[in-house]
Design a protein around this ligand. Structure first.
Ligand code: ZN
Ligand code: ZN
Length: 250
């Protein structure tokens, strides 16, 4: 299984990450990727960039070194089940990941986490739920996946959860992949890189997927055309803006 896109990474705009967008482009090219995304933290996180960071992403080239860049955000699921994406920011985003983070949403119980995550999915503001396998935030996998499917939101399997963060995620992620298969839904594999060297590294996600015979055609960011077609279903203009570029991979 070869995954040529990455839907989650952080630049120096989130202060606990260490690479610039230029660094990402360079490493993505070395790795033969098609596309990566910058998804710095939404405003509710203590080290989030100023909201202008998101509004000005329009200055970023769509393609450089024949690698496309998507302009994203890793938004925070708030206690009331909404997201920290101001309405005015939406037109500047190609997509949003919605995640639980401890500084914003204090972990409580499975019922509250499930309710908040489903409510976030139902806002229509996010296209991916981030690291739902975090053992600090137990959720009802099937309930969340059903809501995600109803709202055309992808389930993220996050490679950092197996390396640097969220220790103990393997068991949850394995159960999530099995539930995704059972409910016939789809995922995205992401690096959640905080340094450019990690961009596109979803090797642990692939390893887990292969051990469960999880098919590649359910991994929406396996190639650029598949992920852009998904964004088109959300009426995101980027799918048209990159259509000519993506033609070469058909
Ligand atoms: Zn996160
Ligand atoms: Zn992240």
């Amino acid at each position: 299984m070869k995954i040529l896109c990455d839907t989650h990474s952080h630049t120096v705009a989130s202060t606990h990450a260490y690479s610039t967008v230029h660094d990402y482009w360079q490493i993505a090219a070395q790795k033969g990727m098609q596309l990566f995304s910058i998804t710095d933290h939404g405003p509710a996180m203590p080290d989030a960039p100023h909201p202008w960071h998101f509004g000005n992403m329009k200055v970023l080239p769509r393609v450089h070194n024949n690698i496309a860049l998507l302009r994203g955000i890793e938004a925070n699921i708030l206690l009331d089940g909404t997201l920290d994406i101001p309405v005015g920011m939406v037109p500047f985003l190609d997509f949003a990941v919605a995640s639980f983070h401890e500084p914003v949403f204090e972990p409580s119980d499975k019922k509250s986490h499930t309710k908040a995550m489903i409510s976030a999915i139902e806002t229509g503001l996010c296209q991916i739920v981030g690291h739902p396998g975090n053992p600090n935030y137990p959720i009802d996998h099937e309930e969340v996946i059903r809501a995600a499917k109803d709202n055309n939101v992808l389930i993220e399997i996050n490679n950092s959860s197996f390396t640097h963060s969220r220790k103990g995620s393997e068991k949850q992620c394995s159960a999530i992949l099995e539930a995704v298969l059972k409910l016939d839904w789809k995922v995205t594999f992401s690096s959640d890189a905080h340094i450019a060297f990690d961009v596109g590294d979803v090797s642990r996600c692939v390893q887990l997927a292969e051990s469960l015979s999880f098919p590649e055609d359910k991994v929406v960011d396996a190639n650029a055309n598949r992920f852009l077609a998904f964004l088109a279903e959300h009426d995101k203009a980027v799918s048209l803006e990159l259509a000519d570029w993506a033609e070469q991979f058909r």
